[in-house]
Design a protein around this ligand. Structure first.
Ligand code: CP3
Length: 345
């Protein structure tokens, strides 16, 4: 890693060291809110695009150029490693991941095998090319959290309440633990592949885990998220842990072992810092819908987040969830500028 990269505001904030200004990036910064993304993706299916290194490199760089963000996020999807080990699934536009044969029994669960670098040569190739192109801008690799992946696999697609997922969790804990154990091995393997290819930070997107009560998280999820973060500890790469609707889970997520905890828009960052506990940086947490309001509203809300974020030991500005497709890219470019200039020390 070059010295400027190691001293980048993003990596310094992840490590809770002093920063020249608050670093910023946006979850789902690459994607449908960018006209240049839509133009490049035209005629190529999402999963085919994820397996084409030239496209992955260009799409990953688009938001870095346009928004001036302090980190790039690798263009891929949480279901890519599942597809790579042979799960029959697709990403349907406007819907999300759809699984042909949902996993509902032990025979199906035991077909989930560990992932190897040879399963995803296009990931290693694209990350290698990106690290060169990005030079001093950090690249964030990512994977889906085990609960979130389990939900897509059990439900067969997106779900509002994760009923079948919870039915397995409560009703057949043996099968649940078998499935979570295998997904943990895949997720950990996929994150290590990205770090070894050159990613300089890793984010675990357990987006839908906010559906679980804290005492159930401890029994049914924490053993697995803890194993993932512990399994990355030797890599010297900051680990970020994010979910939506996790206000009641922030304390336990703090225990799971990441360096940075992502916070959605429901909990102010000063309160989140108390819940997460000492020794963590925070990432967040502007409601992505605020970007649909006039600029003055965005600026005022963003400034408040910088202020509440000051009590955290490190703060990476982000949205509370992904960029909405209807977002005007100019709002995000202006927001990056606003965060940098307002926070400059
Ligand atoms: O953040 C980025 O810019 C990097 C790319 C990225 C994508 N998916 C690209 C994508 C990341 C980090 C993800 C993660 C992801 N995928 C999550 C976790 C983050 C979150 O939002 O909570 C989840 C839950 C998924 C599953 C998934 N894949 C959904 C819900 C969708 C949207 C379906 C739709 O069309 O509304 C996808 C597809 C997807 N992943 C798109 C992109 C750019 C849209 C594909 C398209 O352009 O047609």
């Amino acid at each position: 890693m070059n010295a400027q990269l190691a001293e980048s505001a993003f990596l310094l904030a992840c490590r809770r060291r002093p920063v020249p200004y608050t670093p910023v990036w946006y979850m789902r910064q690459a994607g449908r809110s960018l006209p240049e993304y839509r133009a490049l993706r035209a005629g190529t299916e999402m999963l085919a695009a994820c397996a084409t290194p030239d496209l992955v490199v260009e799409i990953t760089l688009q938001p870095v150029r346009r928004y001036g963000v302090d980190a790039a996020i690798f263009f891929s999807d949480i279901v890519v490693p599942l597809k790579a080990i042979g799960v029959d699934l697709d990403i349907k536009p406007g819907v999300g991941p759809v699984v042909a044969d949902p996993i509902r029994d032990a025979a199906a669960a035991t077909r989930l095998r560990p992932i190897e670098p040879d399963d995803v040569p296009y990931v290693t190739e694209a990350i290698g090319a990106l690290v060169k192109e990005l030079d001093r801008v950090p690249l964030i690799g990512f994977a889906g959290g085990p609960f979130t992946l389990a939900s897509y696999l059990i439900e067969g697609g997106p779900s509002k309440n994760h009923d079948r997922t919870k039915a397995m969790m409560y009703g057949d804990p043996g099968l649940w633990h078998e499935l979570m154990d295998r997904l943990t091995t895949i997720t950990l393997g996929f994150l290590r592949i990205q770090a070894e290819a050159g990613a300089s930070a890793l984010q675990l997107f357990d987006s839908w885990v906010g559906a679980v009560a804290p005492h159930d998280y401890r029994t049914f999820v924490l053993p697995y998220t803890s194993r993932i973060f512990a399994g990355l500890a030797d890599l010297d790469v900051p680990r970020i842990h994010f979910g939506v609707g996790t206000g009641e889970l922030l304390g336990i997520m703090g225990e799971a072992g990441a360096d940075v905890v992502g916070v959605d828009w429901r909990v102010p960052l000063d309160e989140a810092a108390l819940r997460v506990g000492a020794g963590k940086a925070l990432q967040g947490n502007l409601d992505p819908a605020i970007l649909l309001a006039p600029w003055e509203v965005v600026a005022e809300r963003a400034t408040t987040i910088l202020e509440t974020g000051r009590v955290a030991e490190g703060h990476i500005f982000n949205l509370g969830h992904g960029v909405l497709p209807a977002t005007d890219p100019d709002q995000l470019a202006r927001l990056t500028e606003h965060i940098h200039s307002t926070s400059r020390r």
